[in-house]
Structure formats: C-alpha cells, structure tokens
Design a protein around this ligand. Structure first.
Ligand code: FDA
Length: 497
C-alpha cells in the first residue's frame, strides 16, 4: 500500500526474483514482489488463462496492436494479425538492431519460454562466469536450481516411438549422419503429463500448440515452483500490474521506491511510494539495465559505477529452417516443447536446438534455434532527448552467429542434399538474425556489482537476475540464472541480514 515500509522489495518475478523471494522468506524476512505484467491466474472468456500460438488474441502481446511472431512468414506469406492493445504476456521489445522477446507477468520468462533447462558443460563455465567458483556451482547451486525448478528428462523409449517427436528424430538422424553429437535437453515440462496428452487422457497443451503465449497445462512455470513455495511461507506478497519507476535513498535510511499501478491498456491508474530497507533488482537483463542506467543518469542513484549498462549480449541466438526431402516428413503433430539439440560448440561455436513448427500440418521443414559464441557486446545508454534508454546493438553483429550456425547446417545440407528454407522469416530470407530470446548482461557480476550482486555504492541494493551474466551461457540461460541467484542470495542472507 502507498506509504508502507517493507523489509525487502523485489522488482520482477522471473527466475532471479523468485529465488530471492523464496530464500529471504525462508530466512524470516517479509518480502514484497512487484511485477509490471499480469497475474495470469484467471481464465478469459474462453475458459483458458493463456491463448494459443495459432490463434493469438489480446492476451498474446505486451501493449501491441499487431502480433510480432518470431516465425512471422509461412510459404512467403506474413502471418501476423491485428490485436487489441493489452498488457499481454509476450513483450517483443524493439531496439535499434534487435527485437528482444521477454515474458511479462508473474513468473517472468517462465510463462512464455520452452522450459529447456540446460546446465552448461563444466569446461565452459569459466568463460560464462569467470569470477564464480565452479566447484560450488556444480556441487551445490546447479543441483539446487534443478531441484527447485523441477527439471526432468524425456523417457528415451517414448521419444523413439511418439509421433509428436518425429521432428526431433529427423533432427537426430541428420545430425548423426553428419557426425555431430545429438543430445537430449532436460525440460521443466511434466513429461508424464505429455505422455497422457499423447494418449488422449488429459487436456492437451504442448500437443495443442501452446507455448509462446503460455501453456495452460503441463509446464512447471515459476508460479508452480519457486513462487508457490514462496507464497506458502506466508511472508511473500505479489503485486501484479505494478511497475517500479524509481529507487532512491530515503532520508531516514532505506530506499524510496516509486511504483506505477497500470491498467490493462498500459495506462497509469495510480502512483504509489513505499520505503524498502533492501531492494533486489530482478526485472530481467533489459528491465534491470534500463532502470539502473536511467536512475544513474537522472540523479536518483548517481554513484552507481560506470559498468552499469555494459556487457549486454544476445546469447548468440540465430534461427534458420531447412527443407527436407519428401521421404523425411517432420510430422503434422509436433510437441511445442523441444527436447533435443545438436552440439557443435567446441568445434564450431554453435549449439542448435531442434525446434518445433507446431502448425498442425506437415511442413517437411526442420527449424533450429542456435545458441552461438557470438563475441559482440552492446551497451545501454540514457537518451535525454527521448527520455528513453537505448541499446547500441547492430544488425551486422549477428554475422558471427550465422557463420557459427552454418558450421552445422551447411554440412547437414550438403550431406542430405537439402537446402535452407527461405520462406519462414520473410521472402527469400534464410536467417532470422533480428531477435533474441536470451538477453543477458547490463549489470555484470564483479563489474557493475561485487561478486555477489551487491551494488556496493548503495548498501541494501542488489542485482539478482540475468543482467549479472556477461552476454552468453553457451546453452539456454535460465538454469544458470537460477543457480547464480541461489548462490548470491545464500551469501547475502548469511552476511548482510
Ligand atoms: P525475467 O525476464 O524472467 O523476469 C523479469 C520480470 O520483471 C518480468 O516478469 C518483467 O515483466 C518484470 N519487470 C521488468 N521491469 C519491471 C519493472 N520496472 N517493474 C516491475 N516488474 C518489472 N531460457 C531457457 O533457459 N530455456 C528456454 O527454453 C528458453 N526459451 C525461451 C523462449 C522465449 C520465447 C523467451 C522470451 C525466452 C526464453 N528463454 C529460455 C529465456 C529465459 O526465459 C530468460 O533467460 C529468463 O526468463 C530470464 O530470467 P530473469 O530472472 O533474468 O528475468
């Protein structure tokens, strides 16, 4: 409520924020979580909380009047459609050279993502977080994160027989014929539930095309794991449709936090001010970076150091599709939950997820989201003229990602006698090089913060989300974000409270 004083305020309800809230509450601290997106706990007029990927309505996008689907063309025809402006679940946030997709709502990215829960190979960890003790991460914090998130793996026998992973089996066959390691990728989707979907005994979600705009069943989003546990302590409250706009030192100690309560068309219904002894920035890489860069530049937190806003990367994301021969159909029924990847990280700098195209019809296409060792890093800066935060990413900076992904797909195409699809992202466009699902960095650990996420110029202010990670995790990022948050909050609880 307006004027309240809270011991701990968490900005954002994604992975970092949920870990912080749970562990603080378990340590006896009352926590208030502030989330700009909706609660996503109430069904719409169709009886469902989330809308389907194939029939997006106002629930699909954050304050847009037209959808902006990552796979935006089919057979050369655009598939985006008009929707009404609403505080929907997926934000396609546009910067100069890149569109950054993010989840909006209680649960953050866990509401919209594929649930792929990948722990990086240990030999790659030193390049991901150089100042962090790898033994501690692999012995304690990665296992803790995997347990907290409910990570599981597909039953290999079921994988081999089910129609809904034919597309992955085609991916495996072709990867292996070209000599690439094929790996199963763990996920937080309930694999037993998916088996029951295939058997027709439960309501379908992954097998009904649900993913980008939310899964109504089966996926263990943060609402079902960390946030549910946090709420069960009785010490955590969550305010949805509330956006933090300012944090500054309060006269009597602690921090003054200004919060806009939003209505569902994005307008400000009312503005509230609370005082918090501690503030945890968990608004995601883009959200936290934008807040901190603006608060430093506009004088609310002038003593933040000069690393704020730096070290942002796209986890090397790039997408492409391949056209298979007529004797290699990928299946009309495709689970939206990817379960496999092609690992050419060491030799070619690319790890490619075998991704679904859940259209319900046979496409003969294989789709891949590659994570690559792209070295380019961008910076967020305050633009006083527009009153916004800019990101200086350049479209051309994706070229290294394309080159690395080609180390896999040029070889597969040549071995199979196949070609790239040119009709999935535009007219005659092979590479989707204009987006990322995996924003990372902007308040890098041990640079913008100390080695545990403390903003040391301001005791009681912390960063605890993907902005701590300097641009790349070599695999999908949320397990690493969660594990790092587990490590940092344990230290903070032990030494700062
Ligand atoms: P996260 O973005 O999760 O949460 C931040 C929260 O803060 C959001 O809910 C936001 O609305 C809120 N917020 C922002 N500013 C605020 C403000 N000023 N006030 C209040 N609230 C504010 N990763 C992976 O490992 N496996 C996968 O399969 C996928 N797949 C995938 C698909 C798609 C479509 C997307 C968009 C993303 C993925 N990801 C993924 C990426 C993964 O979801 C992402 O890395 C994490 O959600 C990031 O976690 P954070 O805790 O950093 O922030």
């Amino acid at each position: 409520a307006d004027g309240a004083r809270v011991p701990a305020l968490v900005v954002g309800t994604g992975y970092g924020g949920s870990v912080a809230a749970l562990r603080l509450a378990q340590a006896g601290v009352d926590v208030h979580m502030i989330e700009m997106g909706m609660a996503w706990d109430t069904p719409g007029s169709d009886g469902k909380i989330f809308c389907n990927t194939t029939s997006p309505d106002q629930r699909s996008y954050w304050l847009r009047t037209r959808t902006k689907a990552p796979l935006n063309f089919f057979l050369g025809f655009p598939i985006d459609r008009d929707i009404s402006r609403y505080t929907g679940i997926l934000d396609a946030e546009e910067f100069g050279g890149i569109t950054v997709y993010q989840g909006r709502g209680v649960g953050g990215g866990s509401l919209v993502n594929g649930g792929m829960a990948v722990t990086p190979k240990r030999e790659n960890f030193a390049a991901i977080l150089p100042s962090v003790n790898a033994d501690e991460m692999y012995n304690t914090y990665y296992p803790r994160a995997n347990a907290g998130l409910g990570v599981g793996t597909i039953d290999p026998a079921w994988f081999d027989s089910t129609a809904c992973y034919q597309y992955s089996r085609v991916g495996r066959k072709q990867a292996q014929r070209s000599g690439f390691p094929f790996v199963f990728v763990p996920d937080v989707y309930d694999w037993d539930y998916m088996k029951q979907e295939a058997a027709g005994t439960v309501t379908k979600s992954a097998l009904a095309g649900e993913i980008l705009y939310g899964n109504n069943h089966g996926k263990k989003s943060l609402q079902k794991t960390y946030i549910a546990q946090a709420k069960a302590t009785g010490r955590v409250t969550v305010s949805a449709l509330h956006q933090v706009t300012s944090v500054s030192p309060a006269a009597g100690g602690g921090y003054t936090v200004v919060i806009d309560q939003l209505n569902t068309t994005g307008g400000v219904a009312t503005t509230k001010t609370v005082t918090a002894d501690r503030v945890f920035f968990a608004a995601g890489s883009v959200g936290t970076s934008k807040l901190l860069v603006r608060l430093k530049a506009t004088g609310a937190l002038p003593n933040l150091n000069n690393e704020i806003g730096k070290g942002w990367g796209d986890n090397g994301n790039v997408m492409c599709g391949r056209a298979n021969h007529l004797w290699d159909p990928t299946g009309s029924l495709q689970s939206t939950i990817p379960c496999s990847g092609i690992d050419n990280w060491d030799a070619g700098g690319a790890f490619a997820e075998v991704a679904p195209i859940p259209t319900g019809i046979e496409t003969y296409a294989s789709l891949y989201l590659s994570i690559t060792k792209n070295p380019n890093r961008a910076q967020f800066t305050w633009n006083a003229a527009t009153g916004k935060v800019d990101l200086n990413w350049q479209l051309a900076w994706k070229q290294p990602s394309i080159d690395m992904a080609k180390t896999i797909f040029d070889k597969i195409n040549s071995k199979e006698g196949t070609i790239y699809r040119t009709d999935l992202f535009g007219v005659y466009k092979v590479w989707n090089d204009t987006l990322t699902y995996h924003p990372l960095g902007g308040a890098v650990l041990n640079k913008a913060t100390d080695n545990y996420g403390r903003l040391t110029a301001y005791p009681g202010l912390y960063v605890i989300d993907g902005s701590l990670i300097p641009g790349n995790t070599s695999v999908n990022p949320f397990v690493t974000i969660t594990a790092l948050a587990e490590r940092n909050i344990e230290k903070i609880i032990a030494t700062d409270l």
